[in-house]
Design a binder for this molecule. Structure first.
Ligand code: UD1
Ligand code: UDP
Length: 393
């Protein structure tokens, strides 16, 4: 039976209600420029709306709320308060609750960001309900399925309809996996948008360097939280012993992830390491940007921080088996030092301190990829689904 609207020749109204799922620190930071872009396009497309689900994967004030406040992210429409837990239980609870919300709210598309358990939960819940998924930061691969984020990335990519890749390498990874049923879009890196958007305000407002009595380019900024580096105390002490040794020559400042802090406390080692390393609580994004800029070297296992180091003109040592940012290894900004022994880390860091800065290049786009993504989502929802699948942009 034909619908009367079609008989009259008018088109059915396109709904452009988006659902954004966030849950962990890097999700919030990457969501901010996307929301800014949505707000910009709402002027032209009043039907473009969104709602925000916070899974509650991260919940401490300095792991969650601070980013909403500093980055002007509106409070979540739904806060699931899932909290910490084993991966299966945590992800499963998220999927169940997100599903209920999606059934009630009927968004036209769900946006999943990054590679956390919250990212995967959002993508799976939507895809089971045949709600199209856009994955922001698609295509990153370390080719090791023991890394929890690798599983999240792989599965999220493979149920997504729009794959927003940050780099050419990420695009090539997806094409090799034969992503025939999705559109791969190379518009740049959303973290570059965030850095450009917040650097000025960070420079104006953050007083962390003065407050901590630090001198610019006279300290190392370090972060360690990856499961591979914090699952067992032996591996963590291997790294922290290196920081203590390095700290004898150059102060090491370490905003410590709660996961790492809990591990040290459980093993009664927190005070021991706090004597040789300047350990502080996790800091807000604005303070972090400033610390990254003023550090002489960044030593980290964070996926995001190693790339921000480049944005902030600071060399980086990556304490992991590999880095997803091959272009920064090629340019000489990232030195990968697999943290297999204290000696290897000390040697790697000392060598990196002597190295010159990396070369110039702009592998992460023009800082407007949030806008390009929203523009693409609008055109996708307005009918360019057909015939465009499997295409690249
Ligand atoms: C998660 C992501 C990781 C990301 C990181 C960003 C997954 C599988 N991992 O790792 O990709 O790089 O977030 O920081 O999604 N905790 C608190 N308070 C909090 C949050 C966590 O105390 O607000 C502690 C809890 O003891 C918890 C532990 O940190 O068990 C780990 O938290 P979880 O979210 O499971 O993983 P992350 O290591 O944070
Ligand atoms: N970050 C922050 N405060 C901190 C440590 C990190 O604001 O104390 C920011 C950092 O600037 C980057 C993001 O958190 O934008 C990276 O998150 P994280 O290292 O937790 O996760 P990953 O990038 O490894 O997934």
């Amino acid at each position: 039976m034909r619908c009367p609207l079609q008989l009259q020749g008018s088109k059915p109204k396109v709904t452009m209600k988006l659902c954004i799922v966030v849950g962990a620190r890097p999700n919030f930071i990457k969501a901010a420029p996307i929301i800014t872009a949505i707000k910009k396009y709402q002027k032209k497309y009043p039907d473009l709306t969104y709602f925000l689900i916070h899974t509650g994967q991260h919940y401490d004030e300095n792991m969650s709320e601070v980013f909403f406040k500093e980055m002007g992210i509106p409070m979540p429409d739904f806060h699931l308060k899932i909290g910490s837990g084993a991966h299966g239980k945590q992800t499963g609870e998220m999927i169940g609750q997100i599903e209920e919300i999606l059934i009630a709210e009927k968004p036209a598309m769900l946006i999943s960001i990054g590679d956390t358990n919250s990212t995967l939960a959002g993508a799976l819940a939507a895809s089971k309900l045949h709600i199209p998924v856009a994955h922001v930061e698609a295509g990153l691969r370390l080719f090791n399925k023991h890394i929890p984020e690798e599983v999240n990335r792989l599965l999220t990519d493979h149920v997504s309809d729009l794959l927003f890749v940050p780099t050419k390498l990420a695009k090539d990874n997806l094409l090799k996996e034969g992503m025939k049923s999705a559109t791969v879009c190379l518009y740049g890196d959303i973290m570059y948008d965030a850095t450009l958007q917040f650097n000025k305000v960070a420079d104006k407002t953050s007083k962390i360097v003065e407050r901590m009595g630090l001198t610019s380019k006279n300290f190392i900024l370090a972060t360690v939280h990856r499961a591979e580096n914090t699952a067992g105390i032996e591996q963590t002490t291997r790294i922290l012993d290196a920081f203590v040794q390095i700290g004898k020559d150059l102060q090491v400042v370490m905003p410590m992830h709660p996961r790492t802090k809990h591990l040290l406390q459980e093993n009664k080692l927190f005070d021991h390491y706090a004597a040789g390393i300047t350990i502080i609580d996790p800091i807000g994004y604005l303070d972090m940007l400033v610390m990254e800029k003023h550090a002489r070297l960044i030593v980290t296992d964070s996926g995001g921080v190693q790339k921000e180091a480049f944005f902030q003109d600071t060399p980086c040592v990556t304490l992991f088996e590999n880095s997803p940012w091959q272009e920064l290894i090629d340019l000489g900004w990232i030195t990968v030092v697999p943290p297999k022994s204290t000696e290897a880390i000390v040697k790697g860091v000392k060598k990196a301190l002597k190295n010159k800065k990396g070369g110039t290049g702009s592998p992460y786009g023009d800082g407007n990829c949030g806008e390009l993504m929203i523009k693409k989502i609008i055109s996708f929802l307005n009918g360019d689904k057909k015939g465009k699948k499997g295409k690249e942009e």
